[in-house]
Design a protein around this ligand. Sequence first.
Ligand SMILES: Nc1nc2c(ncn2[C@@H]2O[C@H](COP(=O)(O)OP(=O)(O)OP(=O)(O)O)[C@@H](O)[C@H]2O)c(=O)[nH]1
Ligand SMILES: [Mg+2]
Length: 335
Amino acid sequence: MLEKNEPARVAHVHRDRLRVLTDHGPREVALPNGHPSGNFAVGDWVMISRDYSVMVQPLARQTLLQRRVHSRAGSRNIGEYRLIGANIDTLFITTSCNADFNVARLERYLTLAHDAGVEPVILLTKADMAEDPDSYALQAQKLGRDLAVLVLDAHAPDVTEKLAPWCGMGHTVALSGSSGVGKTTLANALTGLSEATQDVREDDARGRHTTTARSLHALPSGGWLIDTPGIRGLGVSDAASGIEVTFAEITELASQCKFRDCEHEGEPGCAVQAAIASGEVEADRLERWRKLSAEDAVNSATSSQAMGKGYGISKRSKGKALAKQVKTAQKHKKR
Ligand SMILES: Nc1nc2c(ncn2[C@@H]2O[C@H](COP(=O)(O)OP(=O)(O)OP(=O)(O)O)[C@@H](O)[C@H]2O)c(=O)[nH]1
Ligand SMILES: [Mg+2]
């Protein structure tokens, strides 16, 4: 019975077992038949047996961050998702004030967070090595009206204090971003641990994929932190609502266009093109919205197909709206 069991939080997903954090410290628990490790994400809450030996029952998730696995057509991975973490309140989207900084990539991470109902915060590391860190902050700030953007030196003693507003009692933060941007350096500052970090390549600021597995840690503040390996390419799929929030100004303007199916390509009465003409919206931003929406539509279609074959998971049923989206996407892809 459930009362006879103990709650625990998944800190590491092994192939055949879970490492969980309990009131009495970390434990390794076995997985019974019918519960493959692939179903679990770091950050999940589970009930474990009183003797701390077996996972008994997974508990419902509040949020789930997952990303589409990049796969070649025909591969068995088509439509597969990788679970990044569960029950996350805040996603620290980490990038550096150097060659890693890329607005289109940040928009992908923002879409991932918004789609999962997770609050995004942008962390700009290596401010100490940049000539003009504020110029990066200005660009990042344009990506959302109420978006929190922090400029950091991950080695500085004030890091914990700066990140404290998101690390309070019971809150879960996850660090995401490319390899080498300083996720583990920040994690170490917050947890007090000394997990491995490694220098980046000097020529292009790229990291060496030092962290190889997702892991959850308890914070001295009473919160929780998830460190993740650097992601090479973040695909979007089934993320239409995340795109709507990430590109909120385009979503709002689109509702004022004369035609409901306006594609903002020069149709009469297009509020989006009018905003570009007046300088309110940058043409590049619309182009990035177009590209991401097109990719999302194509990937959502293949994930729906894959669903039918038993691969992956799809969040929404699509129907006619999807068919239209795919048609538009294919049109844009041909350009
Ligand atoms: N000067 C400076 N160096 C930093 C800063 N943040 C991280 N570094 C250095 O950047 C390198 C990479 O840091 P990591 O913390 O290993 O990066 P990561 O994001 O965890 O990388 P992966 O585990 O490969 O995904 C290390 O040599 C850190 O010391 C910073 O704010 N300033
Ligand atoms: Mg790391």
